[in-house]
Write a protein of this length. Structure first.
Length: 702
C-alpha cells in the first residue's frame, strides 16, 4: 500500500449512484450518507497522531451498514457523489471477520470502535504519511509490531517516548482499548477460518443435530437454523452449545426427511472510495453456510413393459434410463425376452421425483421411442412396482419398384399404371404401389421380413406382356434405414404368326413366269400377341420347298402395333426364279431382335408354285466355279452394321430394300457370278450373328 496519512473527519457526506447492500452491486441513483458513529478524537496509535479513530455508518435511506476507514490522506468528502462502490484493494479474511462481527453486535461502544479501527489499519497495512506502517515501533527503527508481538496488547508496557506502542489520548492511557484490541484480534482470527456445518441424524431417527465448526473446531454461542422437510416443513433456530451443536426433534412416521442447517458467516468485505486522492471505507457482507442430511424413505420400484407395434419383431434388448427431477440418471435397465426391464431399487431421497423413463436403444428392428413417460413417485412395494409401458414402431427400409421389360423399344414411353402388392410372408402385412410415368413407384416403408412383390394390375397396352413371377425380397437388419430398388421385369411375348402366300396378281398360289409382267409373291401375315405402341418389322423370304435353301427373294414391312393383333402384307419380288415349289418363311423383329420365326416347309398356306410360261422349254442352267469374272463392287451395296438405337426408323418401301445376307447370295446365283457369290457369302456370314434367339437382322437393313 502506498504511504497514506489516515485522517478521519466526522462530517456528513452525500453520494449519488451507489446503493448499499451487503452482497449486491450498487444501484444507480441511490443517495448514500456517511457519518461518524462511535470512537474517540485525538487518538495516538503507536506514536502516530490522528484526528480521530472509530466507526462510520453508511446509509442510503433504506439500509444502513457499519463501516471502517481503511485508508485516507485527506478529510472525508462532503460533496455530492463523493463515494461509490469499488473493487477491493485489501484482501484480508481477518478484516472480513472483524467487520462482520461488529455488524452482528448492532451497537458498538467507543472503546470497541477505537480497537476495531486500530485493527482495520493493521489488517489493511495502513502507512503513516511519512511512509512507515502505522503498526510499527518508532523507537526500534519502525520495526513491525502485531497485536501479539513482540508483546501482547493485553499486557503492554506503559506508553512512553522510549516505548511508543499502544493507544493514548493526550493525558490518558487507553489500557482498556489496548486489551480490547488483543481480545478482538484473537476472536476474529478464529472467525476468519473455514466455516462448516455437519448434520447428523440419530440412529433411532428421532432427533437431528447440527454442529458448527470453524477450521474444524466447534464454535459456540452462534445462532443456527434447522429446516426439516418431509410431508410438511418445520423451521427451528437456536444457539450452538459449547460443542458447537444444536439439536432438534424429528417428526415420527415419516416417509423420508431432508434436514438442512444454515448459519451466517463472514463474507468478503466491500470497499467504497470517496472523492479525493484517497478516502476509502470498508463495509461487511455475510454468506450462508449450510449442511444437510437425509433420512432415506423406503426405496422405489419401477419396471418398463416394452411392446412392439409390429408383433413379428421381438422386444428383447431395449435399454432404458431412469432420470430424477434434476435430469440425473438414477439407474439403467434392459428388457428381457418378455419385454420387461426392471430397474434396481431407487433411493427416493437422493433422487426425488418426478421420474422420467428414457429409452436409449430399441430392440433390433424397432425404432427408439421418442416418448419419455414421467411418473410423480414410485411404488415402495417391490411386489407391485410402478409399471411404465413404452411401445416401439418398427424400423423400416425404403423400397421402390421399377417396371422394366426384357427388350428395349417395346411399348410406350409412359410406363404408368403398373400396380404391385408388397406382402410379408409371416403375417400377411401388405401394401400396394403404382408406377408413375417413369415406370417407378414412390418409396414404400417396409419393416423387417421376407416379402413377395407381385404384379396385380397392368395398363391396357401391357396385357400381352408375360409376368415372370413374384419377386422375393428379404429385408434384414442391414437393410433398415436404406433404400431398396427392385426391378420388376416383364417378358415381351413371342408374336403368333399365321400366313397365306399368293400371287400378287390374282391371289392364287401358282405363279407363271411371264417376262412381260413382274412376278411378285404377296404374303399375308396375321400377327397376334403384339404389344401396342411397338414398332415391329416383318421379313418374308422365299426358300426351296424341299431343301429349305434361301432363294434370295426377300421382302420387308414395318408397322406400329395399335392393338394386340395386326394383319400386314409382305411383298416379295420373285422375278427370275426357276420353276418349282417355294415356301415363304416369316420372321418378326423389334429393332435388331428376332422375336418369332415361321418356317414350316409343309405348310400349304405358305407354299406357292412357279410354273414356266406356256410352250416354253425350261433350260437347265449350270453354274461354273472356274469363272473369275467379278462384277464391279458398286453393283451390290452392303450396309455397315447399325450403331444406332434398337428403335428402327420406318424404312423405304419393301421393293427398294437392298438384299441382305442370303438374299444377296441368291441374287448373285441368278447372275451366275461365282466370285461375287463367294464375296457376298462372306459378308452374309459375318452379318448373320443372332441378336436374340440366335438371329439378327440383315446388315443391309440396319
Amino acid at each position: 500500500m502506498r504511504p497514506r496519512s489516515i485522517v478521519l473527519s466526522f462530517v456528513t457526506l452525500v453520494v449519488v449512484g451507489v446503493a448499499i447492500h451487503p452482497s449486491a452491486p450498487p444501484v444507480e441513483a441511490a443517495t448514500v450518507t456517511a457519518s461518524y458513529e462511535s470512537g474517540r478524537r485525538g487518538v495516538i496509535i503507536n506514536g502516530y497522531g490522528t484526528t480521530a479513530m472509530g466507526t462510520f455508518r453508511l446509509d442510503d435511506g433504506s439500509e444502513s451498514l457499519l463501516a471502517l476507514c481503511i485508508e485516507a490522506d485527506v478529510a472525508h468528502s462532503t460533496g455530492p457523489e463523493a463515494y461509490r462502490s469499488v473493487g477491493p484493494m485489501v484482501t484480508s479474511p481477518n478484516l472480513d471477520a472483524l467487520l462482520w462481527w461488529l455488524d452482528q453486535l448492532g451497537h458498538v461502544d467507543d472503546d470497541t470502535a477505537v480497537a476495531a479501527s486500530a485493527l482495520a489499519w493493521y489488517y489493511a497495512g495502513a502507512r503513516r504519511s511519512n511512509g512507515p506502517p502505522v503498526w510499527a515501533d518508532g523507537s526500534r527503527s519502525f520495526a513491525p509490531i502485531t497485536p501479539e508481538a513482540p508483546e501482547p496488547w493485553d499486557a503492554l508496557a506503559p506508553f512512553s517516548l522510549s516505548h511508543p506502542v499502544g493507544l493514548i489520548v493526550p493525558g490518558t492511557h487507553l489500557d482498556a482499548v489496548e486489551r480490547r484490541v488483543a481480545e478482538l484480534h484473537r476472536m476474529v482470527t478464529t472467525l476468519s477460518g473455514t466455516w462448516t456445518v455437519e448434520v447428523v441424524v440419530a440412529p433411532d431417527e428421532r432427533t437431528a443435530s447440527a454442529r458448527l465448526l470453524v477450521d474444524g473446531l466447534p464454535l459456540a454461542d452462534r445462532p443456527l437454523t434447522i429446516v426439516v422437510t418431509g410431508a410438511t416443513e418445520t423451521e427451528q433456530t437456536g444457539r450452538t452449545d459449547a460443542t458447537g451443536t444444536f439439536v432438534v426433534d424429528l417428526p415420527p412416521d415419516h416417509d423420508g426427511l431432508r434436514i438442512r442447517a444454515s448459519v451466517s458467516a463472514p463474507g468478503p468485505h466491500r470497499e467504497w472510495d470517496g472523492d479525493g486522492p484517497v478516502q476509502r471505507l470498508a463495509t461487511p457482507t455475510s454468506v450462508e453456510v449450510t449442511g444437510e442430511a437425509v433420512v432415506a424413505p423406503p426405496p422405489g420400484h419401477v419396471v418398463v413393459r416394452k411392446q412392439s407395434a409390429d408383433p413379428t419383431i421381438g422386444v428383447e434388448g431395449a435399454t432404458f434410463q431412469l432420470r430424477d427431477a434434476t435430469g440425473d440418471v438414477v439407474a439403467a435397465a434392459t428388457s428381457d425376452t418378455d419385454g420387461i426391464a426392471t430397474f434396481p431399487p431407487v433411493d427416493r431421497a437422493a433422487h426425488p421425483g418426478p421420474y422420467t423413463v428414457v429409452e436409449t436403444a430399441a430392440p433390433a428392428g424397432l425404432v427408439v421411442s421418442a416418448d419419455a413417460p414421467t411418473v410423480d413417485d414410485l411404488s415402495t412395494d417391490p411386489d407391485a412396482p410402478t409399471v411404465v409401458t413404452i411401445t416401439n414402431e418398427p424400423a423400416t427400409a425404403s423400397l421402390s419398384i421399377r417396371k422394366a421389360l426384357d427388350l428395349d423399344g417395346v411399348g410406350p414411353d409412359d410406363r404408368s399404371g403398373f400396380e404391385f402388392e408388397i406382402r410379408r410372408r409371416t403375417d400377411g402385412w401388405r401394401r400396394t404401389a403404382t408406377t408413375g410415368a417413369d415406370g417407378s413407384t414412390g418409396p414404400i416403408a417396409v419393416p423387417l421380413g421376407t416379402y413377395d412383390i407381385c404384379e396385380v394390375t397392368v395398363p391396357a397396352w401391357a396385357a400381352a406382356l408375360l409376368d415372370t413371377g413374384c419377386r422375393e425380397v428379404d429385408v434384414g437388419l442391414d437393410a433398415l434405414d436404406t433404400d431398396l430398388a427392385i426391378e420388376y421385369v416383364n417378358a415381351v411375348p413371342e408374336p403368333t404368326i399365321d400366313t397365306r402366300a399368293g400371287d400378287a396378281l390374282d391371289g392364287d398360289q401358282t405363279l407363271t413366269q411371264d417376262h412381260g409382267s413382274p412376278s411378285q409373291v404377296v404374303d399375308r401375315v396375321e400377327l397376334g400377341r403384339l404389344v401396342p405402341h411397338t414398332t415391329y418389322r416383318v421379313r418374308g423370304e422365299l426358300v426351296d420347298a424341299v431343301e429349305g435353301t434361301p432363294l434370295g427373294a426377300v421382302g420387308w414391312v414395318e408397322f406400329v402395333a395399335v392393338d394386340a393383333s395386326a394383319v400386314v402384307e409382305v411383298v416379295i419380288d420373285a422375278e427370275g426364279l426357276a420353276p418349282g415349289r417355294v415356301v415363304v418363311v416369316e420372321e418378326v423383329y423389334v429393332g435388331d431382335t428376332l422375336l418369332a420365326r415361321h418356317d414350316d416347309l409343309a405348310d400349304a398356306d405358305q407354299t406357292v408354285t412357279f410354273e414356266p410360261p406356256p410352250d416354253t422349254t425350261v433350260a437347265t442352267t449350270t453354274t461354273t466355279t472356274t469363272s473369275t469374272t467379278v462384277p464391279p463392287a458398286t453393283t451390290t451395296t452392303v450396309a455397315p452394321p447399325s450403331t444406332t438405337s434398337p428403335t428402327v426408323p420406318t424404312p423405304p418401301p419393301p421393293s427398294t430394300l437392298p438384299p441382305t445376307g442370303t438374299d444377296a447370295v441368291a441374287a448373285a446365283l441368278r447372275l451366275g457370278d461365282v466370285g461375287f457369290v463367294l464375296g457376298v457369302a462372306l459378308l452374309a456370314i459375318s452379318g448373320l450373328v443372332p441378336a436374340r434367339r440366335g438371329a439378327q437382322r440383315d446388315e443391309a437393313e440396319r
